[in-house]
Write a protein that binds this ligand. Structure first.
Ligand code: G3P
Length: 216
């Protein structure tokens, strides 16, 4: 399962890239706006820190402008993945960019029908927003399961990228449901490491070791 960081915080990406667990980055317009860094520069900085896909979202109402913006962003680095919204125009742009062998991440997916359309449009990634579905009392995880089943049934190669992850159990459930990847805030990645019994066990081992006079 691939782990992507969902952030526009370059300092966090630098710190967490050192763990060796980061397979890519996703950003969105809201995160980018909070970074205070001009967008192309932000994407370039992210691409320098990780080898895997770095999603950069286009912002335009029509497919033609999305394609122009996508081509422009794709020139920044070979690992730029263009993020388009799940709209008629977004999927038209997805088809064009995918034919040009530019990887596309289709975002703002909230239903299985939308995911099916994105796969038909040649998306490299589909991003179902599971946290935002949970927020309105719909099951984000059921959507991941439905998409997995549909993609496997038809042999679609579009990767299922669980997005809008809010906590570690979203990662566990998405992994059990067969998501290819998950994109999470830095805080959630750090939480994945944590267990109180690990801390307690280590504390006791350390105490006994120090008392014993043993060394390595
Ligand atoms: O990239 C998608 C993700 O950032 C959305 O997360 O927590 O704003 O629903 P959230």
């Amino acid at each position: 399962m691939l782990f992507f960081l969902d952030t526009a915080d370059v300092t966090e990406v630098k710190a967490l890239a050192e763990t060796g667990m980061i397979d890519g980055i996703t950003t969105n317009p809201s995160l980018a706006a909070s970074s205070g860094i001009p967008f192309p520069q932000l994407i370039a900085q992210m691409c320098a820190l990780v080898e895997g896909p770095v999603s950069a979202e286009v912002m335009a109402p029509d497919a033609a402008t999305m394609v122009t913006q996508g081509r422009q962003l794709a020139k920044i680095s070979k690992n730029v993945t263009i993020k388009v919204p799940l709209t008629v125009e977004g999927l038209k742009a997805c088809q064009t960019l995918s034919h040009e062998e530019i990887m596309v991440n289709v975002t703002l997916c909230f239903s299985a029908t939308q995911a099916l359309l994105a796969a038909k449009a040649g998306a490299a990634f589909i991003s179902p927003f599971i946290g935002r579905l949970d927020d309105i009392s719909q099951s984000g995880m059921e959507l991941i399961k439905d998409i997995r089943l549909i993609y496997d049934t038809y042999g679609f190669e579009t990767a299922v990228l669980a997005a809008s992850i809010r906590h570690p159990m979203h990662i566990v459930e998405a992994a059990k449901a067969g998501a290819d990847a998950a994109t999470m805030p830095p805080k959630v990645l750090r939480q994945l490491y944590q267990h109180p019994l690990t801390d307690l066990g280590l504390e006791n081992f350390l105490k006994d070791w120090n008392k014993s006079g043993l060394s390595i």
